[in-house]
Design a protein around this ligand. Structure first.
Ligand SMILES: [Fe+2]
Ligand SMILES: [Fe+2]
Length: 284
């Protein structure tokens, strides 16, 4: 990162603190009993979030036979991992929301894309050795957090990048590279500030250039592939894809075309559910 950019970021007053919910959820992975208690505690203290979780648990997507009207029952019906992912998703989407002042995209498009990437990361990870599907859900969900900092704190610069994207017909991520400020750097800065794990930091920093990732190359490459699949399927944000570009599949993942096709079909199948289910809950 350029020294001038780092200085500017250090001076930003309004960078958000990591939500408590995320701290507690990320902290409580090793012991399932503690984890369930933590989730219950989080939701007891945040009735708005609890209401949203119950609303989701009762959506047609989960197809619960009977009405889910308590958190304990939601954990039973949906399973702990699904509830954990819902809690992270709902607390983050509630934190970064609203109109960002750009006609090309809004918070909802970024989140629908991120939720798609999270799900695809999880599905791909089921076929990749040594990569944890639940960790990868979180990684996919937060990989583009830098987009929010870009839109909120680098508004004028982003307008110029969109101009560059239009005049040169290039993906936005390439315009960022040429301009010299990328959402990957901004996201990595936030990840550092929040004290996220090295894996998550690397995902935010290298998800558009997995070849530069170090020990977490597999995780970064998984997000890189999931990102492209979601652009192709046009779930939410699709400003980084190039028309008719070929899918780039990192060799290190060791997965074949059949698996990728199956995962893509699974996402296509879930696309409208994700759009309806989350689209109604994420504020415009
Ligand atoms: Fe990105
Ligand atoms: Fe992305």
């Amino acid at each position: 990162m350029q020294a001038s950019l780092a200085k500017r970021l250090d001076k930003l007053q309004d960078l958000p603190a990591m939500p408590n919910t995320l701290v507690m959820v990320l902290d409580s992975v090793s012991d399932p009993d503690v984890s369930i208690k933590n989730i219950e505690k989080i939701l007891e203290n945040d009735p708005m979030l609890a209401t949203k979780v119950l609303r989701m648990a009762n959506s047609p997507y989960y197809g619960a036979a009977n009405r889910v009207n308590s958190i304990a029952r939601a954990i039973l019906v949906l399973g702990f991992n699904e509830i954990r992912n819902l809690v992270i998703g709902l607390s983050l989407t509630g934190m970064f929301s609203g109109d960002l002042g750009f006609e090309e995209f809004n918070s909802k498009t970024i989140w629908l894309h991120s939720l798609g990437v999270a799900k695809v990361c999880k599905y791909l990870s089921e076929h990749i050795k040594d990569v944890d599907p639940e960790d990868m859900f979180t990684a996919g969900l937060i990989h583009d957090l830098g987009r929010f900092i870009m839109a909120i704190d680098f508004t004028e610069e982003l307008k110029e990048m969109f101009e560059m994207k239009r005049s040169l017909s290039i993906p936005l991520s390439e315009a960022e590279e040429r301009y010299g400020i990328t959402h990957s750097e901004l996201g990595a800065y936030l990840a550092q500030k929040w004290g996220l794990s090295d894996m998550l930091k690397d995902v935010l920093r290298y998800h558009h250039a997995p070849q530069n990732a170090g020990p977490y190359m597999l995780q970064v490459a998984t997000v890189f592939l999931a990102d492209q699949l979601c652009q192709k399927i046009k779930l939410g944000w699709d400003l980084d894809g190039e028309k008719n570009s070929r899918l780039l599949v990192p060799k290190c993942l060791g997965i074949d075309g059949k698996i990728i096709q199956d995962v893509a079909n699974r996402l296509k199948h879930e696309k409208s559910d994700i759009e309806n289910q989350w689209g109604n809950i994420i504020p415009d």
